[in-house]
Design a protein around this ligand. Structure first.
Ligand SMILES: Nc1ncnc2c1ncn2[C@@H]1O[C@H](COP(=O)(O)OP(=O)(O)OP(=O)(O)O)[C@@H](O)[C@H]1O
Length: 600
């Protein structure tokens, strides 16, 4: 299931089947708290039944009071009614304990933790296929939606469904006509609910789509604002954004209209049936076939009936939200991690080999890598170069095992990486990304995240090696400076060096370095270059190189083109060969000289 939003479709399903699935989904996702939730829901179920029995006591109570004028019987039925009502209230208190006692919060926390673990286990390619919004809402929003609403909505739902049913059955004993009418009214909610559910589902889906569109437009607009302003063209994009706002407004109006129409219709049908029953009751009472006492009981009961039945309809919207949330969570939990081959093996050497590796992304129409054979010797720097889209990033992703190739083998130190345990593979490889993400924490913590047990001294040593120490000391609070306070003021080169410090601290024997494609200023460039030299010593380093000047010193240069290895060798050898590399080199030198020329 790639498009999780499609799973939100509220296709009409049998009434009990759909509820049964929601209940199972909930119990599954509450894990060890499931028994408590089950007891809470059972408590609510019995509370609704007891409430119905309490109401049914009105028939004999009114009979004893108005018809027989029997004080002892009146007292007896009053006592019975009170006891039943009190027991129902006590059960409700018990059920709400799921919220009050912190079980709900604990269950939410536990599920979130499970989802977090799952995020770490599932192949990263799966995550990239999913929009991050879906993952976020499964992880944050939906978890709360599940549990916050469960006990809160189960109470009125069960009361609306069961209480009338119990009263109706009891009424059958008093007067079959009244009993049957009550039974029909209480069962009428089921077809009304089934009719309304898809309407709510469709509306919710349309609003969600319109919101998603706005989010995407907003991101694009704010990111491009600088360029647009410079070109004096911010108005054009703004009008597109305005159009999306307008679209959302229309969709929301339609959604509300169709919902209100549908829920008004349902509640009107219920209210009218209740009025009809009152009319019939009065009629039967006038012709002498129904006692006044029973009529009085019916009048009190239907007042208690009508409202919960009508509001039941409004809860069908919440039910579809909970159902969609459960489906998203289930879909995320159902993703299998990549299979671990047995026996587990640990490499001793750190050279990397791709043997006949072919790989195609699931959504692509052609392979990203074709039977690639590549060897990256240990303790050396290999540079991957090639046009955009040639497969350089894909190659490094396969090495990190974000996905498995369809054919061929990736080996580290001769060991097929499918035999290496995920935690160990993670320890073997450091990645220095082009866009360095810094967390809103101190600089110290940002470097230490590579190895949480590292001492302050070790962090500082790594920072020194990565040529970060001096600029960190110039910050107001040195290593304790919070990134959030200075985020925008760190240059690209400084961020890159922090990322290199992380990699040095982690000490993994293999390093993947995605070189920044944007040019740094000369001073920064030199500092980053020195930091890289410190990182490279004694490791297997793979650089995705965008600017050839930085890789002239590489031990091996691999020219990747269209998912194949086009050329390989040292800089001088490749230049002499006069092939693709030489052409790329010349093009870049030319661009550089134009650039310099502009400066004059
Ligand atoms: N998640 C994905 N789903 C489908 N196709 C993808 C995905 N990621 C990359 N591709 C495709 O795979 C091919 C190789 O992409 P890759 O990112 O490995 O190239 P690259 O050489 O690293 O490019 P660049 O230098 O621009 O980063 C491209 O055709 C790209 O469009």
């Amino acid at each position: 299931m790639n498009d999780t939003s499609s799973s939100v479709k509220a296709t009409p399903r049998p009434f009990l089947g759909s509820w049964h699935r929601i209940l199972h989904g909930l119990l599954r996702s509450t894990g060890q708290y499931a028994p408590r939730l089950r007891r809470s829901l059972l408590g609510l179920l019995f509370a609704a039944i007891l409430q119905g029995l309490a109401l049914a006591c009105l028939f004999p109570l009114f009979d004893a009071l108005l018809q027989a004028r029997d004080g002892a019987a009146t007292l007896f039925w009053l006592g019975a009614l009170s006891l039943l009502a009190a027991a129902a209230a006590a059960l409700r208190w018990y059920a709400q304990g799921f919220d009050f006692d912190g079980d709900m919060a604990a269950a939410t926390h536990q599920l979130r933790t499970r989802l977090g673990e799952q995020l770490r286990r599932i192949p990263l390619e799966e995550l990239q296929d999913r929009r991050s919004g879906d993952v976020n809402s499964a992880l944050l929003g939906n978890v709360d939606e599940n549990f916050n609403y469960v006990v809160t909505i189960a109470d009125p739902l069960l009361s609306a469904l069961l209480t009338p049913l119990v009263v109706a059955i009891a009424a059958l004993l008093v007067d079959w006509r009244i009993g049957l009418s009550l039974l029909l009214i209480s069962l009428a909610v089921i077809p009304l609910y089934l009719r309304q559910k898809p309407i709510y589902g469709a509306g919710t889906r349309k609003v969600a789509q319109a919101n998603q569109l706005i989010n995407a437009e907003l991101v694009e607009y704010t990111q491009g604002l600088q360029v647009l302003r410079a070109a004096g063209r911010e108005g054009e994009k703004a009008s597109r954004l305005q159009d999306s706002f307008e679209h959302l407004r229309q969709v929301q109006i339609e959604d509300v209209k169709s919902e209100i129409r549908s829920s008004m219709l349902s509640s009107s049908i219920i209210e009218l049936s209740v009025l009809l029953l009152v009319g019939l009751g009065i009629f039967w009472s006038l012709d002498g076939s129904l006692s006044l006492a029973s009529l009085a009981a019916v009048l009190v009961i239907v007042v208690r009936f009508a409202e919960p039945l009508a509001t039941f309809m409004n809860y069908s919207k919440v039910i579809s939200i909970v159902e969609a949330a459960l489906q998203r969570i289930d879909a995320l939990l159902a993703i299998e991690p990549l299979p671990q081959r047995q026996p587990a093996q640990s490499p001793t050497g750190f050279e990397v080999r791709f043997e006949g590796v072919s790989f195609q992304y699931r959504q692509a129409d052609r392979p990203a890598l074709h039977e690639l054979d590549v060897e990256l010797p240990g303790n050396s720097l290999s540079a991957l170069v090639g046009p955009s889209g040639s497969g350089k990033t894909t190659l490094t992703r396969l090495l990190m095992r974000h996905a498995d190739p369809q054919s061929g083998t990736v080996r580290i130190g001769g060991v097929d990486i499918r035999h290496i345990q995920p935690e160990q593979l993670n320890r073997l490889i450091s990645v220095v990304f082009q866009d360095v993400y810094l967390f809103d924490d101190s600089i110290l913590a940002n470097i230490r995240m590579a190895r949480p047990d590292a001492s302050d001294e070790e962090v500082e040593a790594a920072a020194r090696a990565a040529h970060c120490h001096d600029f960190i000391l110039r910050l107001a609070d040195g290593y304790q400076t919070r990134v959030g306070d200075i985020g925008g003021r760190l240059s690209g080169g400084e961020r890159q060096r922090i990322s290199i410090a992380r990699a040095i601290l982690k000490g993994a024997p293999i390093v993947i370095l995605d070189e920044p494609s944007a040019a740094l200023d000369t001073e920064s460039e030199v500092a980053v270059q020195r930091a890289i030299e410190a990182l490279v010593r004694g490791r297997t380093v793979i650089v995705i190189a965008h600017r050839l000047s930085t890789i002239a010193a590489a031990d091996r240069i691999l020219v990747i083109e269209d998912g194949r290895l086009a050329e390989q060798g040292r800089h001088a050898e490749l230049l002499a060969a006069g092939g693709r590399y030489q052409a790329m080199w010349q093009a870049q030198q030319q661009a550089k000289s134009w650039h310099l020329g502009e400066g004059h």
